[in-house]
Design a protein around this ligand. Structure first.
Ligand SMILES: Cc1cc2nc3c(=O)[nH]c(=O)nc-3n(C[C@H](O)[C@H](O)[C@H](O)COP(=O)(O)OP(=O)(O)OC[C@H]3O[C@@H](n4cnc5c(N)ncnc54)[C@H](O)[C@@H]3O)c2cc1C
Ligand SMILES: NC(=O)c1ccc[n+]([C@@H]2O[C@H](COP(=O)([O-])OP(=O)(O)OC[C@H]3O[C@@H](n4cnc5c(N)ncnc54)[C@H](OP(=O)(O)O)[C@@H]3O)[C@@H](O)[C@H]2O)c1
Length: 422
């Protein structure tokens, strides 16, 4: 079997402010509906303020040269880069910092023990591989820890590593929770000095992250997303959202993205009535629906849109509140039902609002044929479904099993659509 040899050579110096063509060609692009575009950040706005709320931003990309063939509700996929400081530290710790900007090319070599996976470009620089192509935060499997043993010289460190990597080890979970990334592991075992080929061999590709489009295709030259910065207890931020947040402060930054193949979760017929149910950043696709509706030529008959929206506070994270209120006053939204979960001692979720308006809601869905859309995290989707089943059962005076069947058929007929994550 042929393997590859990694052979750095030092002809051309590189600067990593720019993207290279191979950044996109070699990267994994699941569900891509078209090419990768590189768009400049036009503007951004922080949508949250105060304490006890996440940092959420509206990001507007300039799409002058983009073929914006999407419908409200569609998603785009962003190809993120790893954190530069984290990459620097890792390259240093792996002892390759002095050659990381030199160009390499992989050559076939049957004698080398490590196969270099396909997601590593055949030519390039190590820094670019670590910045754009491999997931440097990927889960450290036991088989990889076992391999690290070969390159660890200290006896005590070897003992701990061996223990963690053994089949029934309880220590493994503990180690991974304390050392969630390769860099943490290398810090924990200072005498471990693995070759770069081993790291590349066990690496996984850096995958794109999906974001709902929060704008209308009718908006000229701009495309918006809303993202919430993921923050971990150990002060690390999410790869993509942490990177995007940093980009906001860099002049002329560009973001590579592609349109993801559409699912059914989109607004293709604005004349139909809709019940939209969102929590947190789940509002993003619905903002796209409303912006689109407000830009459509009048006087087309448009269906009523009813929005149930859950957030923590009236002031802190009621995303785009002004814009949503404007849609109520100009009739784009037939009604807005906000639910604030942390304004009082008792939690108020979208489910509470749905239950309050049960009769109107069931009537809208069954008699007006309103489509139901739910967007948020998985637990919101599950709990909302349970509440709707209860609403149907109580309104129609049927038992819960029969009400669940009605919701089941709405799902089957694609009249109840869900977009969730986690
Ligand atoms: C169809 C679809 C549409 C999406 N639309 C949006 C959107 O419009 N806006 C938006 O902000 N996000 C959206 N997401 C989620 C988004 O794609 C990313 O997963 C998210 O932004 C985190 O990416 P990251 O690289 O910053 O974090 P990563 O570095 O990938 O870390 C994420 C990891 O952190 C953990 N985690 C803990 N809390 C959270 C949390 N609240 N969110 C995510 N991960 C968490 C999980 O284990 C997860 O694997 C969508 C996802 C899908 C599948
Ligand atoms: N197209 C998509 O699939 C898509 C698009 C955008 C976002 N998302 C995903 O949607 C999620 C939104 O997260 P976020 O961080 O923006 O929201 P968040 O701020 O964590 O939560 C928003 C609100 O939902 C409440 N909530 C929590 N659990 C709930 C439940 N079971 N039922 C009803 N309400 C509940 C929260 O209340 P408390 O915190 O007070 O409990 C809060 O008031 C993320 O996972 C994001 O990735 C998916």
């Amino acid at each position: 079997m042929k393997t590859h040899r990694y052979s750095p050579h030092s002809d051309k110096p590189f600067f990593f402010l720019f993207f290279f063509q191979d950044d996109f060609e070699f990267r994994s692009k699941p569900f891509a509906a078209g090419p990768v575009y590189l768009s400049r950040i036009d503007s951004f706005e922080k949508l949250t303020r105060g304490e006890d709320v996440k940092s959420v931003y509206m990001l507007n990309l300039c799409t002058k040269d983009v073929d914006c063939e999407f419908l409200p509700g569609d998603t785009l996929a962003i190809l993120p880069r790893n954190d530069e400081n984290e990459v620097d530290s890792l390259l240093f710790r792996l002892n390759v910092d002095s050659v990381s900007d030199n160009r390499y090319c992989l050559v076939d070599d049957c004698e080398k023990p490590f196969n270099i996976p396909k997601h590593v470009p055949r030519e390039g620089t190590l820094r670019n591989v670590f910045m754009s192509h491999i997931n440097i935060r990927s889960m450290l499997k036991k088989v990889f820890l076992k391999k690290l043993l070969f390159y660890t010289t200290d006896c005590e460190e070897r003992r701990v590593l061996e223990d963690c990597a053994s089949a029934n080890s309880k220590q493994y979970e503990l180690l991974i929770s304390e050392c969630p990334t390769l860099l943490h592991i290398l810090d924990r075992f200072p005498s471990c000095s693995p070759p770069i080929e081993l790291i590349l061999h066990y690496s996984s590709p850096l995958l794109p992250r999906y974001f709902s489009i929060a704008s209308s295709p009718l908006q000229k030259d701009t495309l918006s997303i809303i993202f919430s910065v993921v923050e971990f207890e150990n002060s690390l931020k999410g790869v993509c959202t942490g990177w995007l947040e940093k980009l906001l402060n860099v002049q002329q930054s560009k973001v590579p993205f592609y349109f993801r193949k559409p699912t059914g979760f989109r607004m293709d017929s604005p004349e139909e009535s809709r019940v939209l149910i969102a929590a947190g950043t789940g509002i993003a696709p619905f903002l796209g629906f409303l912006r689109h509706k407000s830009l459509l030529e009048k006087p087309k008959k448009l269906g009523g849109t009813y929005l149930y929206y859950g957030c923590r506070y009236k002031e802190g994270d009621f995303l785009c509140a002004e814009e949503l209120r404007k849609y109520v006053s100009n009739g784009i939204l037939a009604a807005l039902y906000p639910a604030f979960s942390r304004e009082s001692t008792s939690k108020c979720y979208v489910q509470n609002e749905l239950s309050k308006g049960r009769d109107m809601l069931v009537d809208l869905i069954l008699n007006d044929g309103a489509l139901v859309y739910v967007c948020g995290n998985k637990s919101v989707a599950k709990d909302v479904k349970e509440t709707l089943v209860e609403c149907f059962a109580e309104h129609l005076r049927v038992d819960v099993a029969d009400a669940a069947k009605i919701i089941g058929s709405l799902i089957k007929e694609k009249k109840y659509l869900v977009d969730t994550w986690l």
